[in-house]
Structure formats: structure tokens, C-alpha cells
Ligand binder design. Sequence first.
Ligand code: PSU
Ligand code: MN
Length: 301
Amino acid sequence: MNKHLDLSPEVAAALQAGKPVVALESTIISHGMPYPQNVETALRVEQTIREGGAVPATIAVIKGRLKAGLTEDEIEYLGKKGTAVTKASRRDLPVLVARGEDGATTVATTMIIAALAGIQVFATGGVGGVHRGAEVSMDISADLEELARTPVMVICAGAKAILDLKLTLEYLETKGVPVIGYGTEELPAFYTRKSGLRVDYRLDTPQEVAAAFRTKLEMGLVGGMLVTNPIPEEYSMDADRINAAINEAIEDANRLGIKGKEITPYLLDRIQQLTGGDSLDSNIQLVLNNARLAAQVAKCL
Ligand code: PSU
Ligand code: MN
């Protein structure tokens, strides 16, 4: 095992016994939702994975240790500290770990640590991607490069329209990352089930999803797989309303000159303000929905 990695006793025992384990990220806790809903959601997601017959492994960097499996106290700590915790993507890990600091892991770093631990399935809300205006800003999330190189399946609700979804799909195609629609031909857009864009393949059962990923590994093809699982109909938002909020949030960000790693957390927070609590409710429900699917897929693997 990597000298910087700590598995919780529960996660270590599950991996040892070949039981299904599902990785979870921590930037969604510190930077993705307000306190205390972030902590409540993180614990509910863990519970949902347990009910689905798998073991949850929430991932973070705590005092310079790469952690797979957090205690409730550690989740509470990250949730309370919020954006004061460093948002840690691939480039942040070396210095944070060397200095013994804390970091909330993005999709990219959660994949890295999951792979080090031997975990193949990871559930979250939304992934990073190619930002609107990236042809000038060159702002493309390191999540996409990670999907191209690290063998972990990421189950999400698609990507938010804060991104350029079309360019995000083009980038994933170039990098050879399969984009799967779970029960749909259309790429879901996080708060809504529709984006007007097509995924690469529609798969309808956890068995089919597991088989595609297993086959990728058997062939020795590097990288992961992106499974997009639409938000349940009853929790999906009105497209015009959410898109108006997204556009207003992006205008505000541009006016304030927010960029780099701050842009995604800023937009998430601003959208939550602009929609009252509604987008937060949807966000919580789609994460729970992804956790349920991830537990099923992990059992099939
Ligand atoms: N998109 C969301 N919710 C999130 C994130 C993205 O809808 O919480 C977080 C994830 O942790 C993701 C990260 O990995 O933001 C991407 O940040 P960046 O674009 O700076 O790579
Ligand atoms: Mn970025």
C-alpha cells in the first residue's frame, strides 16, 4: 500500500474480503453545499450506500494523509470548515501532503486516491469539465484528464450548464473516455434530465455498466469511464428557471473577475442563492440517486 495512504478499518476489511466499496468525494462537502446540509447529505449518502449493500469510502486529505474512509467527526470537520479547507485537485496533492495539511478532494483527486486504495466505483453529483469561454481562458477541469488516465468509474448526474457541455463531450471523446447514459441516450444536465446532447452509449442495468468497465480494464485500456445518471423526474428543475440562474451567476462571476479554482465553488453557491433552496434540494436528491446506482454497480463488479 502507498506510504501516504490510510484506509479506515471498515474500508480495509471490505477491500480485503472483496466486498463492494464505493468512493465519495469531499469537495462536494466543503465547497459544494452549505453547512449543515453538506454534512447531513454526506452522512445520508454513506447510509444509502450501506443500505445498497456496499461500503462507503469518503475520501479526503487530513493532516497530510490520503484517507479512504472518514469518521463522522472528520466529515463534520470538513463540512464546518467549508471553503477554508483547500480544494485539492491533482496539482495540489504534493505540497499539501508534504506539509501535512488538509485538502478536500475533487473528482480528480478522489479518483487518484480511490485507485491507490483499489476502489473502482465512485459516486458524486457533478463533474468538472470545459468551462464556457475556455477557448480564451483555457479553463478545463483536471477531472477530464483524470478520467483519461485513472481506472475509476465515476457515476454522476451529468455536468452543470455552468460548463460548455458540448466541448466537454468533445474533450472526453478525444481522450477516449466512454460517456454512458444510464437509461438514457441524452446527456443529463445535473438539475435537469435533458441537455440536447447525446451520450456515447445507453446502458440500462448495473450489470451492463459493470461489464463495460470490466471489459475496459481487461483490455488494458488506461483511464476511467463516466456514467451519467439523470436526476429523478420528481426532483428535476424547470430548465428555463435554472438556466436563467446559471447565466446570471456566470455574469456575476465575470463581473467580479473570479477565475481558476474559485470559479466552480462561486457558481455553485450563487446558483443556490438565486434559486432559494430549490437547487440544493435537487442537488441532494441526485447525489442520493447516484449513490444507489453506484452500490448496485459495485456489487456487480
Ligand atoms: N460540479 C458540481 N458540483 C461540485 C463540483 C463540480 O456540480 O461539487 C466540484 C467537484 O469536486 C469537481 C470540482 O471535481 O468541483 C471541479 O472543480 P474544477 O472545475 O476547479 O476542476
Ligand atoms: Mn478550472
